[in-house]
Design a protein around this ligand. Structure first.
Ligand SMILES: [Zn+2]
Ligand SMILES: [Zn+2]
Length: 285
């Protein structure tokens, strides 16, 4: 499937930002503020390790990442020049912690008021807010994921931050189903026949589809699993169908397979993640 030039620009920008986030995390490993007692309490309660509504978010930490981020946004011209200019002009005034908090708590009203206050489109604001939130959550996930009890966390949401996956893989070595959190990047096991979003195990209402029009090996490694009970979908990469030498990165594969999101949504299935390539209000539901 041909990807339009603007999508290529968008993918390129996302990849560069992902690299910037990785580099940024290396220098901030010690900035995590969470006690062992807090973590143990969450484990005992069988809850995701982070309570993202109550996360401590350092404004200084965000400012630093934001400084690396804006030039990339400016250079890639995915967003209008005027919006990027408004971001640059207001960068000292925009409260980044507040922006991240609005994104993490899916507070569309606050995002809208920030958007009109600074004359920045809500899509651009959400794009920046999501990436800043991801930078924070990935940093926490780096530290916390080894504390996850992989064998006993049988839920469909992320054991670290509680978000839902957008993509999963069937692992090359053993065919195990591994979900990937779309927010903090944590990966965890899940039952093969069970909807991660509503827990449905009835195989009659769980199905998947491939893209018929493209029968090349690489493309057929992807499929979309759908649940007819909750009408949600997840993209699946069957690693066993890829050549041995390929080591797919699910973050990038998720971005590269936006055509599958388009098809699933056309069929009436919803993404479990409330942000997509472009924002529409119903994605917040
Ligand atoms: Zn997560
Ligand atoms: Zn379901």
């Amino acid at each position: 499937m041909t990807i339009p030039a603007e999508s290529k620009l968008y993918l390129d920008l996302c990849q560069k930002i992902a690299k910037a986030r990785s580099a940024f995390r290396i220098g901030h490993q010690d900035d995590i503020r969470i006690s062992d007692e807090e973590i143990q309490k969450r484990i005992d309660e069988n809850k995701p390790l982070l309570n993202i509504q109550k996360l401590k978010i350092e404004g200084k930490f965000l400012d630093e990442f934001f400084r690396d981020f804006l030039p990339l946004m400016e250079k890639h011209k995915v967003f209008s020049r005027e919006e990027v200019r408004n971001f640059l002009a207001n960068k000292e005034k925009i409260n980044l912690s507040e922006l991240v908090r609005s994104v993490l708590s899916k507070d569309l009203q606050s995002l809208k008021s920030l958007s009109s206050q600074y004359q920045i489109g809500i899509d651009s604001l959400l794009f920046v807010g999501l990436n800043l939130s991801q930078a924070v959550l990935e940093l926490y996930a780096d530290k916390l994921k080894q504390k996850v009890d992989q064998e006993n966390w049988l839920k469909g949401n992320c054991p670290v931050c509680g978000s839902y996956p957008a993509i999963e893989k069937l692992r090359r070595d053993d065919g195990k189903r591994i979900l990937r959190c779309n927010f903090c990047g944590t990966e965890w096991h899940h039952k093969r026949i069970m909807c991660p979003f509503c827990g449905n195990e009835d195989h009659n209402s769980l199905r998947y589809f491939f893209i018929d029009e493209d029968s090349s090996t690489e493309k057929s490694a992807f499929r979309v699993d759908v649940c007819n009970k909750c009408k949600r979908y997840i993209k699946t990469l069957d690693e066993r169908k890829l050549p041995e030498s390929e080591k797919p990165d699910l973050y990038l594969e998720n971005l590269n397979t936006i055509y599958l999101d388009v098809l699933a949504q056309k069929d009436g299935y919803k993404s479990p993640t409330y942000w997509m390539v472009t924002l529409s209000e119903d994605l917040f539901v």
